[in-house]
Design a protein around this ligand. Structure first.
Ligand code: NAD
Ligand code: NAG
Ligand code: NAG
Length: 318
């Protein structure tokens, strides 16, 4: 008997991320009850998941030890919130990224669940102290921020509310690990968490180098995909610097720290992402990949195919 046997997780909101979470949790053997406030939407999500599970099984990419039909049997859909929450020990919220919508759904959820149920939000951009401001017992609340698509990109940022109990962080860390995700713990909340802060730094400097005429859109993308990204898929920036000097991290900073400081001081203000100057960056991108639905969709499929292959490779390395 595994830890997940008979245990129920409720997923609230059955869009892109809600469906992905449902697939991740059933792969770990949990029963998942999906709720959406658009009537019929959660049932539609299960139809979509059935298709995806069959394709994954066919491609030998299904996660977990259960078959696609066993995983499907763990899913159920609800148009009624109270019925969906019944029996759940963990709630993963995946509704629209609007503060008011999230605050109000958590207010409703808290009235309907017992005191030990964990309330977890998928929010990308809202901090826990705002999302959970209308919850009475904030010690059981946290953000579990996934990266899209969570089925192949395993990282989940766990971000505490100032009141969140350490036991709740630990239990969620254990749950995420058990279902095959790669959780990281933020010690306290900050706008953007870790992922979007690092991402913003990379995007801003890439944008600046293009906009200021130093490099093309095509070539800045190659800097990442053929250069830095090669090792970042396996080791992060801290290990990278630790390995890149004979005596490790402090030696690295003795050698290169002054250079980095000089570069960082030359970064300048936040680039203009939307004004007149942005037009030429966009046009250069559209020359490479037109902003037409068909072309964008083809590139998205290529991206997901490549991520699947990389996920397989990383699994073999474990
Ligand atoms: N899409 C991403 O790349 C991504 C990545 C990480 C985190 N997130 C976060 O996940 C959350 C969901 O994003 P998504 O891309 O799945 O959005 P989405 O628009 O695809 O899905 C949202 C779903 O929530 C439902 N919904 C809205 N209000 C509701 C309510 N009050 N009660 C129940 N259901 C409700 C909608 O009907 C819809 O089905 C957001 O907070 C988003 O920031 C998204
Ligand atoms: C608040 O939540 C914690 C963590 O889930 C729980 O242990 C505690 O019993 C709850 N307190 C109240 C008053 O409901
Ligand atoms: C949480 O986990 C950490 C690391 O595993 C451990 O040191 C700590 O005692 C745990 N705290 C609680 C309250 O469970």
């Amino acid at each position: 008997m595994s830890r997940s046997d008979g245990k129920i997780i409720a997923v609230i909101g059955s869009g892109l991320i809600g469906r992905s979470w449902a697939m991740v949790f059933v792969s770990g053997g949990y029963s998942v009850k999906i709720y959406d406030n658009q009537p019929g939407q959660s049932a539609k999500a299960i139809t979509e998941i059935r298709k995806q599970l069959a394709e994954l099984e066919e491609a030998h990419m299904l996660r977990g030890t259960l078959t696609a039909s066993q995983q499907l049997a763990l899913l159920s859909s609800y148009d009624d919130l109270a019925a969906a929450l019944q029996g759940a020990f963990f709630i993963q919220e995946c509704v629209f990224e609007q503060l008011e919508v999230k605050q109000s759904i958590f207010q409703d959820v808290e009235r309907l669940v017992g005191p030990d149920v964990v309330l977890s939000s998928s929010t990308s951009c809202l901090v826990p102290s705002n999302v959970f401001s209308r919850v009475q017992n904030q010690s059981r609340c946290l953000v579990s921020h996934p990266v899209n698509p969570p089925y192949y990109v395993r990282l989940v940022e766990l971000v505490p509310h100032p009141e969140t109990a350490m036991t709740v962080m630990n239990a969620t860390h254990a749950l995420m690990t058990e279902v095959g995700q790669a959780p990281v713990l933020l010690k306290k909340e900050i706008d953007g968490f870790a992922v979007n802060r690092v991402q913003a730094a990379i995007i801003a400097e890439s944008w600046r180098l293009v906009q200021d005429g130093f490099i093309s859109v095509k070539d800045i993308d190659l800097v990442m995909s053929e250069g830095l990204g090669m090792r970042y898929a396996f080791i992060g920036p801290m290990e990278t610097i630790h390995l890149n000097a004979p005596e490790g991290l402090e030696d690295y900073m003795r050698r290169y720290g002054e250079g980095f400081t000089r570069l960082l001081h030359s970064f300048g203000p936040v680039p203009d992402f939307c004004g007149a100057g942005a037009k030429s960056v966009a046009e250069e991108m559209y020359e490479l990949i037109p902003n037409q639905e068909a072309q964008l969709e083809a590139r998205r499929q290529r991206r997901d195919q490549l991520l699947r292959s990389l996920a397989r490779l990383k699994k073999e390395q474990q």
